[in-house]
Design a protein around this ligand. Structure first.
Ligand code: MG
Length: 410
């Protein structure tokens, strides 16, 4: 009796992994984990998990240098022979196996996230159930997408534009907003940390009056154009000091923005909390945060109104659902960051379907005309600004591997 108790007491997480369910009973075994990089507006890193049943699951890891090696050289041997239905156990196994070497954030967590997405797709296909069902069922039949309009002419055009400033003029922003609203998007987002054409010291994080005025004009152009047809948001990519953010937020007050994203650097909850209390704007952050612990202080201190984890970066589908549940304890709203292919996007759709406090999922590939071609279907995934929550097993899409091959990054 005592020895049984002591035995159980000694069963730490680590030892648990030596007591995994017998592999002989596995309904399926992982036989291979690999990646393919698609040359989109980011290097979309597609992850495949193959099993001995013939079922293959597909996931996506956040575009990061070295993630291919971490997945194929490190995690493939860790996962080979494991039961892909044990998604949460394998998530913990991967984290434990990389303990002290990046399991909490950065490239290690990104690799784990990409595999986790593929495991959910695999499990769904093996059980003939959509991922949202495995997460507890759905709250909604369709998931709102919001349009990242980047600079006015889109990211690809901006990269090609030597002058760059033409892209970041009020007229271009207004045109881009009109296009997105006409396509059915109810929320449009624009980068506001963009060149004004003046030579300024960006490292100081300060905004002088002409810079503030340039940003005000861009926001005015967009909000004038869309009126009540859509919510407008702006992204500042961590570029401002607290004082600059306070001045900018004050100047933008009349435009009734849905949120202001990442005005200040991401590391300091106290600074974000101060900003949140001192401005009359809703703030959003989260794409540089990892897992529940990366959001805990933010949620407890109520430093923002919206949390925006990036699903193929922060820990994956289940971890994002847990972040949403954590955020809900402070009545905060989830609006996941997404710069991915249709695979990462569908992961966001299943999370968005399965949590109550969801507002919208980012779509960042409006200037990639073949984004939909990656999916083996004739219908566009996004229709009128929404994606229908699919009832097909797993993530609910099949990639067109010929199209993947065409755009494969060598
Ligand atoms: Mg952002």
């Amino acid at each position: 009796m005592y020895s049984d108790f002591a035995d159980r007491l000694a069963t730490t997480m680590w030892q648990d992994f030596d007591r995994t369910p017998s592999r002989e009973d596995n309904p399926a075994e992982i036989t291979d984990v690999s990646t393919v990089v698609v040359d989109g507006n980011f290097p979309w890193t597609i992850v495949t998990v193959e099993t001995d049943t013939g079922v293959t699951g597909v996931g996506e890891a956040y575009p990061s240098p070295g993630v291919h090696e971490v997945i194929t050289d490190y995690f493939e041997p860790v996962l080979r022979g494991e039961n892909p239905l044990d998604v949460e156990r394998l998530y913990n196994l991967m984290r434990a196996s990389l303990s002290g070497r990046g399991s909490q954030q950065g490239i290690g967590t990104i690799a784990i996230s990409g595999i986790e997405l593929a495991l959910w797709d695999t499990a769904g296909k093996l059980l003939d159930q959509p991922v949202y069902q495995l997460l507890g069922g759905k709250m909604r039949d369709e998931v709102r997408m919001y349009a990242d309009c980047h600079g006015g002419e889109g990211m690809v055009a901006a990269a090609r534009n030597d002058q760059r400033t033409e892209t970041y003029e009020a007229e271009a922003y207004a045109r881009s907003a009109r296009d997105a609203v006409d396509d059915g998007y109810e929320i449009v987002k624009f980068d506001l940390d963009v060149p004004s054409g003046r030579d300024i010291d960006t490292l100081s994080r300060h905004l002088d009056k002409p810079e503030l005025e340039h940003k005000r004009r861009l926001v005015e152009a967009v909000t004038d154009e869309v009126g009540d047809e859509a919510e407008v948001t702006v992204d500042l990519h961590w570029n401002l000091s607290v004082e600059a953010a306070e001045r900018l937020c004050a100047i933008l007050e009349p435009y009734d923005l849905a949120w202001i994203e990442d005005p200040i650097p991401p590391e300091n909850e106290s600074a974000m909390t101060r900003l949140n209390r001192s401005v009359d704007q809703q703030l959003l952050t989260g794409e540089n945060r990892y897992g529940r612990h990366g959001f805990r202080d933010l949620v407890e201190r109520q430093s923002v109104a919206f949390v925006a984890p990036d699903i193929p970066k922060t820990g994956g589908i289940a971890e994002t659902k847990k972040i949403a549940e954590l955020a809900e304890t402070s009545y905060m709203t989830l609006a996941p960051h997404n710069i991915g292919s249709p695979v990462a996007t569908m992961a966001g759709v299943h999370v968005g379907a399965s949590v109550p406090n969801f507002l919208g999922l980012e779509f960042h590939a409006r200037d990639v005309p073949w984004w939909d071609d990656l999916v083996d279907t004739d219908e566009p995934l996004i229709r009128n600004g929404y994606i229908d929550v699919p009832d097909d097993p797993g993530l609910g899409i099949e990639l067109d591997w010929d199209v993947v091959e065409t755009h494969r990054k060598r």
